[in-house]
Ligand binder design. Structure first.
Ligand SMILES: *Cc1c(COP(=O)(O)O)cnc(C)c1O
Length: 498
């Protein structure tokens, strides 16, 4: 086995064609198989016990192994009837972008090379899309979890700085004020993780009460902030969500921005899933106030179809990011010549990572391949399918739909008229339905807890899905419901679309 750089051109082409054939076969045959099938226990055992071989093997042996052991066992995303979590199929150009980015393999810490300008352009395009001014700065990161950690570190630095405390030098050691973070009860758990990592602790995360539609109640937020400020505490940030992961609820962003402005508190908006829907006319008024947030997280790897991983953190006043993170070791000091070797200020001064991947290429190509109108059409397609699903389920006597249905998410439960509603019986019934549907292979949904109860959840971020796929999902959950209620056994694994 020779190093990559030593492959002759013909070998690069031969292997490349085999890889492309593998990708083509994978993508085009996906709809014919079950949406999901678990890794067989014997393979799982081998994966966990095999040790690193001493000798290398040929690339053909490797590609055979890939086709046999890896590609047949995906998590299901990419199938037209996969509606679990917020996992979209990748934009086809993004698949190839990954290979091209790896061929170039730069570190996008900084420097005067094209990858830096590609990322700058991606950041600027999406910043403009959310209504941010030119002073905004941002970074592509692994996802919204890292985006939130980055943004909240900036918020923490700014909040402490306003009280004369240099958190970069002193950490939180000896700080008398209690740092607090506010989020809606439906806010994503990554914000609690960020609070833990940033030294606030999970006990410092205040869950703001929600209304019946699971949106933050701005009046309750205001009252909490007032009480905490007068007790001498230090609010670091309020986290609001544009499209919650459970139901697609959009917090009242304008009213929350008013409260944050009045109280002088940083507003971070989690737009991981729903943020991009700002381009959709019908969502515009609800989502557009995210332009008033101090920071925003958006996941191009969710509703924007870039391959994982691609998250984006944006900070409205970009210099605050640099103040929170810039730490330039002597061997990387720039000479200020943007047209020389060092180029623009380095991305590594604005966040956590030093060596950074060329994530921007797949996002940039995906953005350009669809264009703004293309995204609008894709979002509208997913929202329309979600409404179709909700309408089909509402029309049946044996299902209950969570209202209000939001964006492209539908939460629902199997609830036949004669169901035993005692205790958690309906929850247990739906847990059985979930397992039946997921292992049945016809369609895939996930689950969540709403108001303390177990719900099935379909999230449609899938341009491959059509109405007939949604209808197949309805049939599959209804059949699974009858099985779970004890009516008849499961049909064999299947999956062919027709
Ligand atoms: C997915 C998601 C997150 C977490 O983002 P990752 O990219 O998985 O790190 C946070 N908030 C919302 C609303 C999400 O949908």
């Amino acid at each position: 086995m020779t190093p990559a750089s030593a492959w002759p051109a013909d070998e690069v082409r031969r292997v490349g064609h085999r890889v492309v054939d593998t990708i083509a076969e994978y993508l085009t045959s996906l709809p014919d198989g079950p949406v999901f099938r678990p890794v067989p226990p014997a393979s799982a055992e081998r994966w966990q016990s095999d040790t690193l071989p001493a000798e290398g093997v040929s690339v053909d042996v490797l590609l055979d192994a890939l086709a046999r052991d890896v590609l047949p066992f995906p998590f299901g995303n990419g199938h037209p009837r996969f509606y679990g979590w917020v996992n979209s199929p990748p934009a086809p150009i993004g698949i190839f972008a990954e290979a091209i980015a790896a061929a170039m393999n730069p570190s996008v810490a900084g420097g005067n090379h094209a990858a830096v300008y590609v990322e700058r352009q991606v950041v600027r395009w999406i910043a403009t899309m959310v209504g941010y001014p030119p002073s905004a700065m941002g970074l592509l990161v692994s996802g919204t979890s890292t985006a939130a950690l980055t943004a909240l570190a900036v918020a923490r630095h700014a909040a402490c700085g306003r009280r004369g405390w240099d958190v970069r030098a002193r950490g939180l050691q000896g700080l008398e004020q209690r740092l607090l973070l506010y989020k809606g009860a439906e806010g994503h758990a990554c914000h609690q993780k960020a609070a833990e990592v940033l030294g606030l602790g999970s006990a410092a995360v205040r869950n703001v009460p929600s209304d019946d539609a699971l949106r933050i109640d701005p009046g309750a937020l205001d009252a909490m902030l007032e009480a905490d400020l007068s007790a001498g505490h230090l609010p670091v940030a309020v986290v609001a969500t544009a499209g919650t992961v459970n139901t697609g609820a959009i917090d009242p962003l304008a009213a929350i921005a008013d409260v944050c402005e009045r109280r002088g508190v940083w507003l971070h908006v989690d737009g991981a899933y729903g943020g991009p829907a700002v381009v959709l006319e019908e969502c515009r008024d609800l989502i557009a106030p995210l332009a008033r947030a101090d920071s925003v997280a958006i996941d191009p790897h969710k509703w924007m179809y870039a391959p994982v991983d691609a998250g984006l953190v944006l900070v409205r006043g970009g210099e605050a990011m640099r103040d929170a993170f810039s730490l330039v070791p002597p061997y990387l000091r720039t000479d200020g010549d943007v047209h020389g070797v060092q180029g623009l200020p380095w991305f590594s001064e604005y966040g956590i990572e030093q060596t950074r991947p060329f994530r921007a290429l797949k996002v940039w190509l995906t953005l350009r391949a669809f264009g703004r109108d293309g995204f609008r059409a894709l979002f509208a397609h997913d929202v329309a399918l979600a409404r179709h699903l909700a309408a089909r389920l509402r029309a049946r006597p044996d299902f209950e739909v969570w209202e209000p249905q939001g964006l492209s998410i539908v939460c629902f439960r199997y609830l036949p008229p004669d169901a035993d509603c005692a205790g958690g019986a309906v929850d247990d019934l739906n847990r059985a339905v979930l397992s039946e549907v997921q292992l049945g292979g016809t369609a895939f949904v996930s689950s969540t807890t709403l108001a303390g109860r177990f719900w099935l959840r379909a999230c449609i971020v899938n341009p491959l899905a059509a109405e007939q796929d949604i209808d197949a999902l309805v049939d599959a959950v209804a059949a699974a419901g009858r099985v779970a209620a004890g009516a008849r056994p499961r049909a064999p694994l299947g999956g062919r679309r027709d």
